[in-house]
Design a protein. Structure first.
Length: 360
């Protein structure tokens, strides 16, 4: 590659809220021009902005760094986790819908290898890896990993859901992934893979965990806990007012953002500040806030640091920030709406998704 190692590292650092470990990542990039990274997704209904725009931003950064990316469409995992009422055919249609969203919102899907978990289910070598993971893990450890499903250790898990962490851990080695690029809520199973990989004759994958975006409502849980954030975002599908979705209209976006939690002069646990940091500034060179002259007139921000400083001082009012955020988010969502309006296949898939009852 023409890009130097430090530039590639910086791109991946922009994705990873936590990297385990940076030293191992650097060694990997020095030894491989195109290491393999993977992310997996459970088809589970309409995509919200973190699953759509933010995921596209992160995947594109990884691709730019020279990584080869595999996207694991975990339809069987959704089936095990009782998504779409446990209807496997509906789950697969939802998976197809989600891929259409990513195409429309700018993810470089032509450079990504999309693989479906159902294709691995007849592979004996895959199941050998699953059993190896299970034989070298205690039931207690596996149950602790159940948080990757958006479940609590206290939840009553089905027997199928016990298999889930063993399979997800095996996925890493089945896909030959050097890097696991998933959310912070998936950390436990990735750490399990690092522990077991060398023992089982595989390798120790580098873990690049991205940030879990807040919902739009006021924080009712510990938002420093990525698991709680993940559960909140999963629950947003049954409470659509708490998140912007990838097929929302301009009016819906403006309404949701206007009602969002955005305390004056507070940047921590502020969802609109998070939207600007993780979605708007990575997508636009600047953020222009339009205001009447009596309130200081229009103001432009070229980075998150300056925006936060102005907000903390009270120079930028929450209402003005919300209005600007809604405009930029609508610009990002608009191509998706238009794609689903004009493309017959995409429109038919979205109609199927809209008809489904969302289950946790």
């Amino acid at each position: 590659m023409n890009m130097d190692i430090e530039t590639r590292m910086d791109l991946i650092r922009q994705v990873g809220e936590e990297i385990i470990t940076e030293e191992e990542l650097q060694e990997l990039l020095q030894s491989k021009d195109h290491p393999i990274a993977y992310d997996g997704f459970e088809p589970s209904g309409n995509l919200h902005i973190a699953q759509g725009i933010m995921r596209a931003i992160n995947v594109n950064r990884m691709l730019k760094s020279g990584v080869k990316f595999k996207m694991w469409v975990a339809d069987w995992f959704g089936w095990m986790n009782n998504k779409m009422g446990g209807d496997l055919e509906k789950i697969r249609k939802v998976g197809e819908y989600q891929i259409e969203v990513w195409k429309a919102c700018g993810m470089s899907t032509d450079k990504i290898q999309f693989l479906w978990s159902h294709d691995a289910m007849s592979d004996n070598e895959y199941w050998k890896k699953v059993i190896q993971i299970g034989r070298n893990s205690t039931v207690k450890r596996i149950i602790r990993c159940s948080q990757i499903m958006g479940r609590s250790e206290k939840d009553a898990l089905s027997a199928a859901q016990i298999f889930y962490p063993c399979m997800q851990c095996a996925d890493i080695f089945h896909l030959e992934a050097d890097i696991t690029q998933l959310g912070m809520d998936q950390r436990k199973v990735n750490v399990l893979a690092r522990e077991l990989g060398p023992k089982l004759g595989f390798w120790k994958p580098v873990v690049v965990s991205h940030h879990m975006l807040m919902g739009l409502s006021s924080p009712s849980t510990d938002h420093n806990d990525p698991i709680e954030r993940a559960i909140e975002m999963k629950m947003s599908k049954s409470k659509p007012e708490t998140a912007v979705f990838m097929n929302d209209s301009r009016e819906e976006i403006k309404k949701k953002i206007s009602k969002a939690y955005c305390p004056e002069k507070q940047v921590k646990e502020n969802p609109i500040i998070e939207y600007s940091k993780y979605i708007i500034f990575p997508s636009f060179q600047k953020m222009k806030v339009e205001r009447p002259s009596k309130f200081g007139g229009d103001i432009e921000f070229f980075n998150q640091k300056d925006l936060e400083a102005s907000f903390i001082k009270g120079e930028l009012h929450p209402v003005d920030l919300k209005n600007a955020a809604a405009e930029y988010i609508d610009k990002l969502i608009k191509p998706v709406r238009e794609h689903f309006e004009k493309d017959k296949k995409a429109r038919e898939l979205y109609e199927i998704v809209k008809q489904q009852k969302i289950t946790r």
